[in-house]
Write a protein that binds this ligand. Structure first.
Ligand code: IDP
Length: 231
């Protein structure tokens, strides 16, 4: 994919997370967009119609805006075929939204490694029950705890961690490895993301924010309440 590693002020970026439910994707995305006003965020959980590619259409539409440099495409992508689908949609659709010569770099944000998975499973179950009904679709009072547990365990069971030695994950221009097995993971993950992206793409992250700035942005995002209701 990356026929060149050249990045300049016109380069645009897409972030694809790789995760299971409750790892803090949305929290991290909101923290990063609070820190960087030229980043956008599209949540799969906010897309209500039948056309699943709306996730990518809305992401590219946002990315095309002159004041937006990076879009966080917020979906679990816990299986390789979902990552493959994102790469395919990007190729198919990008010229409908952006000039053909636009250089787009794709960044993978891996929220959980295979080694951490059991710890992540326990922590995310606690978190999602604490989140309660503060989510677009996974509401414990509607589904009951057993059903929510079943949905979450299904994601963990099917999880295919990122493997940059094979397709589709070899198509990422850059992958950042995070850790979601500790209670304050979203602070650490936002910090690690800014640090690693500053090293690799200083044009995207010109300065690493201070711990205070990250913390302030995180506190705001923990107060987040979704507006779309799916159930
Ligand atoms: P997801 O998008 O990966 O499914 P989120 O909705 O961001 O995960 O997080 C799941 C729940 O855990 C939410 O209620 C969120 O507020 C909470 N949470 C996420 N990260 C942290 C953290 O670092 N500390 C405490 N709570 C967190």
């Amino acid at each position: 994919t990356n026929n060149s590693d050249i990045v300049d002020e016109k380069t645009k970026f897409l972030i694809f997370p790789i995760s299971v439910i409750g790892c803090g994707k949305t929290t991290t995305a909101l923290t990063l967009t609070n820190l960087f006003p030229n980043w956008g965020h599209v949540q799969n959980d906010d897309i209500t119609g039948k056309d699943k590619s709306m996730l990518m259409k809305q992401s590219l539409e946002l990315l095309a805006k002159p004041d937006i440099k990076c879009v966080f495409v917020d979906r679990n992508n816990h299986q390789r075929r979902e990552r493959e689908q994102l790469f395919n949609w990007t190729e198919e659709l990008k010229e409908n939204y952006l000039p053909y010569y636009t250089n787009i770099k794709t960044i993978g944000l891996s929220f959980a490694s295979y080694e951490d998975l059991e710890q992540v499973r326990k922590l995310t179950i606690d978190r999602v029950f604490a989140r309660g009904d503060n989510h677009q679709s996974i509401k414990s009072s509607v589904y009951g705890e057993q059903k929510v547990l079943g949905i979450m365990n299904g994601f963990v069971k099917r999880y295919q961690p990122v493997d940059e030695n094979r397709e589709p994950d070899s198509l990422f221009d850059h992958i950042v490895h995070l850790n979601s097995s500790v209670p304050n993971s979203s602070f650490l993950n936002a910090k690690e993301t800014t640090r690693k992206l500053h090293e690799k793409y200083p044009i995207l992250v010109p300065h690493v924010p201070t711990d205070e700035q990250i913390n302030e942005a995180l506190i705001k995002s923990l107060e987040y309440k979704p507006t779309i209701k799916k159930v």
